[in-house]
Design a protein around this ligand. Structure first.
Ligand SMILES: C[S@@+](CC[C@H](N)C(=O)[O-])C[C@H]1O[C@@H](n2cnc3c(N)ncnc32)[C@H](O)[C@@H]1O
Length: 226
């Protein structure tokens, strides 16, 4: 892994952001748990999670969002789903006491076929995962299906077209290059309006977005109701 990391660091990073696998996957899972912590906390602020709510995190990675969410929904239930077995194991480990108490559950599964009943959650979030979904509308349709009527979805991206026009130094020297690379590799870099449009197409109501253009590569979080 060290050899690959030195020879082609960006490729290794991209592969393991998309689907963390093996030893490198475990390393990037832990890295993302730390690196996405403030993005995750920002998303959770906007979701307004509390009390007895049932919350699902799609593409949960190493389980940091699940951990923060279960602190908010203190009498509720939080589930995480990821299609990487390495991330399922890591998310379980990161939430072990809550898993043991039955307040947290991590399942192996795909965003386009969520392993949960219709209308079983008050909130669904997807943090820094949406651009990897092979059929984004199918994924949003699944989020819609598992939400209760009136339930809320939140889709957050760390890299978007909301990035500042007057970029910070990091954005100028690292961010732009990384965004352009990702686009060449087939990733769709979306704006807040693009996300709102997709949520509306999937049947959600009152879609809106908030952004932090100067954070990382342009934080954006789109929110909508079933
Ligand atoms: C960049 S990581 C983000 C992980 C976590 N949400 C975070 O913010 O740290 C993207 C995650 O989405 C998962 N993922 C990507 N496509 C998926 C799909 N089709 N179904 C389920 N999980 C998926 C990956 O396995 C990976 O753990």
């Amino acid at each position: 892994m060290i050899g690959t990391l030195l020879a082609r660091p960006l490729e290794l990073m991209e592969e393991n952001f998309r689907r963390p696998t093996g030893r490198a996957g475990r390393f990037f899972g832990n890295l993302m748990a730390v690196q996405h912590r403030s993005l995750t906390a920002w998303t959770i602020e906007h979701m307004d999670v509390r009390g007895r709510q049932r919350v699902l995190d799609v593409g949960c990675g190493g389980g940091m969002a699940v951990k923060l969410l279960s602190g908010r929904a203190a009498q509720g239930f939080v589930a995480g789903v990821d299609y990487s077995m390495e991330m399922v194991e890591q998310a379980v480990r990161r939430n072990l006491p809550a898993v043991a108490r039955g307040r947290v559950e991590i399942r192996h599964g795909d965003c386009s076929q969520l392993p949960y009943e219709d209308a079983s959650f008050d909130q669904v979030c997807a943090i820094e995962t949406f651009y990897f979904w092979p059929d984004p509308l199918a994924g949003l349709a699944e989020a819609y299906r598992v939400l209760k009527p009136g339930g809320q979805v939140a889709v957050t991206l760390e890299m978007s077209r909301e990035a500042a026009d007057d970029p910070s130094l990091t954005q100028r020297f690292f961010g732009r290059r990384f965004t352009e690379r990702s686009q060449r590799a087939g990733l769709h870099i979306l704006s807040g309006d693009d996300l709102v449009d997709r949520l509306t197409k999937a049947g959600f109501q009152d879609a809106r977005f908030v952004s932090e253009p100067r954070r990382s590569l342009g934080w954006v979080c789109a929110l909508a109701r079933k």
